[in-house]
Design a protein around this ligand. Structure first.
Ligand code: TTP
Ligand code: MG
Length: 405
């Protein structure tokens, strides 16, 4: 059976989110990554900035030399994460077979969705909704396998829509440079060049054995890809096993009120994700890294599972107080985690164990945050962080999420 796979990738993602917030940035060379006088690299560059040769991964100082009039922004990671969540929600409306492959890209298998339209019609509708609801531009590649769909979406950028008909995969790939193949990094590209291979077409015609001898299993993979062969399924992520968030402070601290406010914020993030995954947690973990890099984790488990921000918060605050009572050392990193997760259905006495008030409150806040972004609502216990939120610079480094499956 011929599969219909879409690869959707947002154009200049970080920059485009900034432009959606501040339309005066549209049409200008914009770079997200930080101030050019600071160390660091370009995370995302607008297409206008790319016209000057600026690329992701390039040192900011070099980007500045290429285009001094470019607008350099620190960026706001939580805004990107919120946009990413909303982007994935739109995609999920088109098919349940959705595999996020990063914040701004995903594979969607729409085989069998003919009743709703052809793959091209679905792709156009996705682009339309992303534009209308998120003010972002999605480039879409359509093909019978993942690797060709991905290359097609890259090729059409910006604002692309490239369809590769079944049977045309190899022909489509022939003229493209080998570096467009996923799995061919700079090192492999150099090694292939030394062998006289520059295009995917040349790679495809090499005997498989020659590539296998030179590059091993990775060689077999890129040889298959070069021939338009990729049997990988679009795989929706498995169920979450643990969820955690942590943050490193700009300055080490022992300010208990501040630590509690940060903890509350992290708990709300973890709780929201837990509810999103329709899970309850039995184990709550606090992680602390002191200024001297000593790192401790402390956990409490309970028979009663929870997904309430308030309960998770009460747990970690207790752990924090115990840790601070034992050691008075400056803290450089703090994190909250939940694990030992169970599905809603397994906790039959749930409504008794979680006060209705907390349930209603968390749900109401989730709804608003899902619609307007996480930081659209700030709860009383995090008010101390107002300044951190106000400076988008701080927001960018507020926390690192981690979800293990
Ligand atoms: P990409 O999709 O690779 O890049 P992009 O969306 O900025 O541009 P386009 O897709 O139009 O080519 O990556 C998505 C986001 O991931 C990007 O906006 C910023 C982030 N990122 C980094 O932080 N560092 C990097 O080196 C890269 C490549 C991306
Ligand atoms: Mg992108």
């Amino acid at each position: 059976m011929i599969r219909h796979i879409l690869h959707i990738d947002l154009d200049a993602f970080f920059v485009s989110v900034e432009q959606a917030f501040a339309p005066e940035l549209c049409g200008k060379p914009v770079v997200v990554g930080g101030r050019p006088e600071r160390r660091g690299v370009v995370a995302s560059a607008s297409y206008e900035a790319r016209a000057f040769g600026i690329r992701a991964g390039m040192p900011l100082a070099q980007a500045y030399r290429l285009c001094p009039k470019a607008i350099f922004l620190q960026g706001s990671f939580s805004a990107y994460r919120d946009a990413s969540e909303r982007f994935m929600e739109i995609l999920a409306d088109f098919s349940p077979c959705l595999e996020p492959a990063g914040l701004d890209e995903a594979y969607l298998d729409v085989t069998g969705c003919e009743a709703h339209g052809t793959p091209r019609q679905l792709a156009l509708r996705i682009k339309e909704r992303v534009k209308k609801e998120l003010k972002l531009i999605a480039s879409v590649g359509m093909a019978s396998c993942k690797v060709v769909a991905k290359i097609a979406s890259d090729l059409g950028k910006p604002d692309g829509l490239v369809e590769v008909a079944a049977g045309q995969e190899k022909e489509f790939l022939v003229p493209l440079p080998v570096a467009s193949l996923p799995g061919v990094g700079e090192k492999t590209e150099r090694a292939l060049k030394a062998m006289g291979i520059r295009t995917i077409g040349q790679l495809a015609t090499l005997p498989l054995e020659a590539i296998k001898n030179r590059f091993g299993a990775a060689g077999v993979m890129i040889h298959h890809y070069a021939n338009g062969i990729d049997n990988r399924e679009v795989e929706p992520p498995g169920e979450a096993k643990s969820i955690s968030r942590e943050t490193t402070f700009a300055e080490d601290t022992l300010d208990r009120a501040f630590l509690q406010a940060i903890l509350r914020y992290l708990c709300e993030r973890v709780g929201a994700e837990l509810r999103q995954e329709s899970k309850h947690a039995r184990t709550i973990t606090l992680k602390l890294r002191y200024a001297d890099f000593e790192t401790i984790t402390r956990r409490i488990s309970s028979k009663e599972a929870t997904d309430a921000d308030e309960v998770i918060f009460a747990g970690v605050v207790k752990l924090l107080d115990q840790a601070l009572a034992r050691k008075q050392k400056l803290v450089r990193l703090i994190g909250v985690g939940v694990s030992n997760l169970i599905g809603y259905g397994k906790q039959l006495n749930l409504l008794d164990s979680k006060p209705q008030r907390l349930w209603n409150l968390d749900k109401a806040i989730d709804r608003i945050r899902n619609k307007y972004g996480f930081t659209s609502i700030q709860t009383g216990r995090t008010l101390l962080l107002k300044d951190v939120f106000a400076s988008r610079e701080g927001d960018c480094t507020l926390e690192t999420p981690s979800l293990s499956r």
